[in-house]
Write a protein that binds this ligand. Structure first.
Ligand SMILES: *[C@@H]1O[C@H](CO)[C@@H](O)[C@H](O)[C@H]1NC(C)=O
Ligand SMILES: *[C@@H]1O[C@H](CO)[C@@H](O)[C@H](O)[C@H]1NC(C)=O
Ligand SMILES: *[C@@H]1O[C@H](CO)[C@@H](O)[C@H](O)[C@H]1NC(C)=O
Ligand SMILES: *[C@@H]1O[C@H](CO)[C@@H](O)[C@H](O)[C@H]1NC(C)=O
Ligand SMILES: *[C@@H]1O[C@H](CO)[C@@H](O)[C@H](O)[C@H]1NC(C)=O
Length: 943
């Protein structure tokens, strides 16, 4: 019966979810409609200068809403690293408004920096911080931020600010009696101090009537209850949305706010819904629209030839963002740049942000360079910790590998066909009845032995652990959570009961640190039977996905700890799930071993705990193509360790498509193939030999570049720069690349434009940098920067280039898994620039523990100058003994066959002649067996 019910429900989900109808449009969302209805130029907010208080690094001032006399508190903080923070909350709310606890999205309380008040009069308040100036206009309230006298960001310049204060429900009050609400009484919500004491009582009355009338017109049907399809949201606290506009004068291009299946450069939303951030399980998502997907990072960058700035909207409630642009829309909003410079030609992007609840809490990142803004955001929410090497290698997944023999056979076939892979994945069917932390014993009678068989080849096993718990009395994870009161509650205070894979399910309240602590214990080897240290974990469905919930997720009136509703914090729930999971895996080894968790739902800060994938995509060309802008947007928003399912989750991709997808996927920071239960098997060894061979080459390219990837991940942990990055990050003054999202850079040294169109055998590649040159990584053919060239790209060709002037360390010996490469020797690929120079870095350590944080690592720098190639340690705190050595050096772009090549070590005592080979067609010089340890200091001189 249960099974039947489940199947029925499952079928309903599958057959109905393809349509948009499961998800709200802005019209169907009360607070979206109310905020979007705001018109420019009608702001009711004024700043009350008399209330201004100035401290060394912050100021606060009251804002008054003239329409309803509600007062708000505005705080502005100067922050270190060229940032401001602007917070607006109710001056004295009748109910505490939700704020994300520090440590959850923000890593810590941001460090303050001094500000100087420079002007205060009845029209405006001006203060400065270093070379930045903030001009706060009093009536209407707005803030204009200048960097070196250039206007860069304006807040409420359009006057779209709307702050729905918590209030009593008038009609309900009259029917249920006011005693219940007597404690809500709030002295600050009285009428404002009478501006004109002498005014006649009649006048006073009239004014109050006006206020009352205006307050009344604010009441709209959706404020106290809202129905979508068959779901009614009880809204016990009434309307609570917060919204404000943020303008970027001088900027035409804005980026970020993942996750959307859209272009990297964000589009104006004049003719569409706003971009929506609301973590949802969207089945077979549509492309190139602003609909919400699985994760949310409310971070936006604006970039032009002069500078890059950003804003981080620190709010975890459902959020929508409207974008308009005077160049794209020819709109006539107030352009402060025009105002300042009297020039109509200056482009401006205007954005309008609104969230269903919480407070306005905006971090303003003032750059001015791309790397500055990434570092600024990293200072706020942290970076991706260096992953263990296996996790940046290739992952083989499928829903499902049916049993332990299936696992054994897939593993054996990868070896048989010489295909490298590091991790094999088990989806939900490996469990006993979708009860996570259990095994389907008939199919997996010996999980530990199965994992051990993988470990001997350096491989790992991933099992899926979702946050929904089957409501079954015999399932101890559930009963334990239930008995401890750890489950989220419905509006009536009972354990929330929703439908997911196991049928009737409940969800732990991961927002509660005590619940997270409990969850981490579930991963200990003694609790998670059948697990070993080589089992790692995948959190799916953590938006969370609730098959019979509104928009396939929690009801908004679901209750979390401290009286907050899911409405207040929906977008961060998934982060807490994968945070606790990662903590559990780390604790399993006593914090010695790095670990790996993959998550589908995410929020700002998720990068500190997990890798992210773009969810349930489709095996179609369009989904391959959109994966590049999607992973670019994730990387811009700090989610560096991300990728899309190779091959596409749904449907059966044809051989050409799956082959091209591998050629793209080997450049995703997170590389995993995955497939739906109903698809045909498509492990690479099942494809025709021609395709399998091409895929093997692509995977080998990934593996050979692991030293470069690993170095990039190390650098990204330090500086927060995206690994998989758009060209504008490295070429910020080149307007041609600002919207380019079909080609990308890996770090600074690799440029790729994988083929994402069917039947295509050539493509136009734009080579950036007027003074740069690029080398095809296979043929060493040279391309000049600053031009677009058509290049041949038959099925076995990926257009990938190494930048002239870079040195990339590779490991070229093919292995079955990355851990078998730990001790393999390096080959240095030295690509010379037009001056005949090159430079590169290599980071290495033991590839899997946290010992690197105790100084057990090496950071080497290689430089080629004046025919001398040398290696040195550029970080003396790092010391590490390794057997890794240098086997070969290839110098590309070398003009002639040299006579003599010799190597000297640091002391210069010993000089040894080295063998070489010169290829005059390729202009490549191969130096064989320098034979030095990677930790040695040496110089090779070419004569
Ligand atoms: C504040 O003003 C003082 C005096 O002009 C100046 O020395 C200081 O650098 C200013 N501080 C900041 C953070 O702008
Ligand atoms: C582990 O490997 C051994 C040796 O190949 C094999 O006999 C056994 O069936 C494997 N066990 C599992 C559970 O796959
Ligand atoms: C090359 O390196 C050698 C050894 O360190 C040094 O003596 C020599 O001056 C260098 N040559 C150039 C051209 O830099
Ligand atoms: C090549 O270099 C080595 C080491 O510096 C030196 O001993 C040898 O004489 C050189 N040979 C030629 C042909 O220049
Ligand atoms: C230089 O190399 C020689 C032999 O290859 C070795 O004995 C010596 O210790 C090395 N010196 C330094 C400073 O690395």
């Amino acid at each position: 019966m249960l099974q039947l019910l489940f199947c029925l429900s499952y079928f309903v989900i599958l057959s109905s979810a393809v349509s948009r109808e499961n998800f709200k449009t802005c019209e169907q969302s009360g607070f979206c409609k109310r905020n979007r209805a705001m018109q420019p130029g009608q702001s009711p907010y004024i700043a009350l200068v008399d209330s201004l208080q100035v401290q060394a690094n912050s100021l606060n001032i009251q804002l008054l809403n003239k329409n309803n006399n509600v007062r708000l508190k505005l705080e502005v903080f100067g922050l270190q690293d060229n940032m401001f923070r602007v917070k607006i909350n109710e001056l004295s709310p009748i109910k505490e408004r939700y704020e994300i606890p520090v440590g959850d999205s923000l890593i810590e309380e941001p460090k303050l920096h001094n500000i100087n008040l420079s002007q205060k009069d009845k029209d405006k308040v001006v203060f400065t911080m270093d070379s930045n100036k903030v001009v706060m206009s009093v009536e209407p309230f707005r803030m204009d931020i200048y960097s070196n006298e250039d206007p860069v960001i304006s807040i409420n310049a359009q006057g779209l600010m709307k702050f729905e204060h918590y209030r009593k429900k008038e009609s309900w009050l009259s029917t249920t009696g006011s005693s219940l609400f007597s404690w809500f009484t709030n002295p600050f919500r009285e009428a404002p101090p009478a501006e004109n004491e002498e005014e006649k009582p009649e006048g006073e009355e009239k004014k109050e009537e006006e206020n009352a009338a205006e307050t009344k017109t604010e009441e709209e049907p959706d404020m106290w209850e809202e129905t979508f399809k068959t779901f009614t949201d009880s809204k016990p606290h009434g309307p609570s949305s917060v919204g404000i506009d943020v303008s970027f004068p001088g900027f035409e291009d804005v980026y970020g706010i993942p996750e959307h299946a859209d272009t990297m450069a964000l589009k104006t939303t004049k003719t569409t819904d706003p971009y929506r951030l609301f973590n949802l399980d969207v089945f077979e998502y549509e492309l190139y629209n602003p609909m919400a997907l699985y994760g949310a990072v409310p971070l936006m960058y604006a970039h032009n030839e002069m500078r890059t700035v950003g804003i981080f909207w620190h709010n975890a409630a459902e959020t929508w963002i409207d974008i308009s642009s005077n160049t794209a829309d020819k709109s006539v909003f107030s352009h402060i740049a025009d105002f300042v410079k009297g020039n109509n030609e200056i482009p401006q992007t205007d954005t309008h942000w609104f969230s269903e609840s919480g407070v306005i809490d905006i971090f303003i990142l003032l750059g001015p360079t791309p790397s500055n803004v990434f570092k600024q955001y990293a200072r706020l929410t942290g970076t991706t910790p260096l992953p263990p090497l296996y996790s940046i290698a290739y992952h083989q997944c499928r829903w499902n590998y049916n049993d332990q023999d299936d696992v054994k056979s897939v593993d054996a076939n990868f070896d048989k066909y010489d295909l490298p892979y590091d991790v094999i994945w088990l989806d939900i069917e490996h469990t006993d009845g979708k009860k996570y932390f259990t095994w389907a014993h008939e199919k997996f009678p010996h999980p530990e032995e199965m994992i051990k068989n993988l470990s001997v080849k350096g491989r790992k096993l991933v099992t899926i652990v979702d946050p929904h718990l089957k409501r079954e009395d015999g399932y101890s994870v559930y009963t334990d959570a239930r008995d401890k009161g750890y489950l989220v509650k419905n509006k009536d205070g009972n354990d929330y009961d929703g439908w997911c894979w196991p049928g009737s399910s409940s969800w732990p309240d991961f927002t509660n640190a005590e619940v997270r602590e409990w969850w981490t214990g579930k991963f200990s080897l003694s609790e998670y039977k059948g697990s070993t240290p080589d089992l790692i974990v995948w959190n799916d469905m953590n938006e969370p996905s609730v098959f019979n919930g509104p928009e396939i997720t929690f009801h908004k009136d679901v209750k979390h700890m401290n009286g907050f509703e899911n409405r207040d914090l929906h977008n961060i729930y998934g982060l807490y799930v994968h945070q606790a999971t990662m903590e559990g895996l780390l604790r399993r080894s006593g914090g010695k071993e790095r670990s790996f968790v993959l998550t589908r739902a995410f929020f700002a800060g998720s990068q500190r705990h997990s890798a992210v994938w773009t969810g349930d995509n489709i095996g179609e060309w369009s989904h391959l193509k959109v994966s590049i802008p999607m992973v670019l947007s994730l990387n811009l928003a700090g989610i560096t360790f991300s990728g899309a399912d190779v091959g596409g989750f749904f449907k059966n991709p044809e051989h050409e498509l799956i082959t091209r997808w591998y050629q793209t996927g080997v450049f995703y920071p997170f590389l995993r193939a995955h497939a739906h239960l109903d698809t045909k098997r498509r492990e690479p060894y099942l494809l025709p030999e021609e395709h399998m061979n091409i895929i093997r080459e692509a995977l080998r390219l990934r593996y050979s570049l692991l030293p470069y990837w690993y170095t990039l991940f190390y650098q990204a942990e330090q500086d927060g720069l995206p690994i998989f990055r758009p060209l504008w990050v490295d070429y910020p003054k080149n307007k041609e690349v600002f919207r380019m999202d079909d080609q990308f850079l890996l770090g600074s040294s690799i440029l790729a434009k994988p083929i994402t169109d069917q039947g295509t055998t050539n493509t136009n590649v734009y080579f950036p940098g007027r003074h740069d040159i690029w080398y095809d990584i296979e043929t060493y053919e040279v391309y000049d920067g600053g031009v677009t060239k058509n290049v041949a790209a038959p099925l076995d060709k990926i257009p990938v280039y190494q930048k002239g002037g870079s040195i990339i360390p590779r490991k070229l010996r093919p292995r079955r898994s990355s851990s078998l490469m730990y001790q393999d020797p390096f080959t240095l690929i030295v690509c010379l620039d037009q001056q005949g120079s090159a430079k590169g870095e290599l980071y290495l350590d033991d590839y899997h523990t946290f010992q690197y944080r105790n100084g057990e690592y090496l950071l080497r720098e290689f430089t080629f100058n004046n025919n001398n190639l040398s290696s040195k340690n550029i970080d003396p705190t790092g010391q590490f003994n390794t057997r890794e050595w240098i086997e070969k050096i290839i110098i590309v772009g070398y003009p002639k066959n040299p006579l003599n090549i010799s190597i000297k070590n640091f002391s210069g005592e010993n000089s040894k002649r080295l063998d070489h080979k010169y290829n005059s067609e390729e202009k490549s010089l191969t130096i064989r067996k320098p034979g030095v340890n990677i930790a040695d200091v040496w110089t090779i001189t070419i004569e």
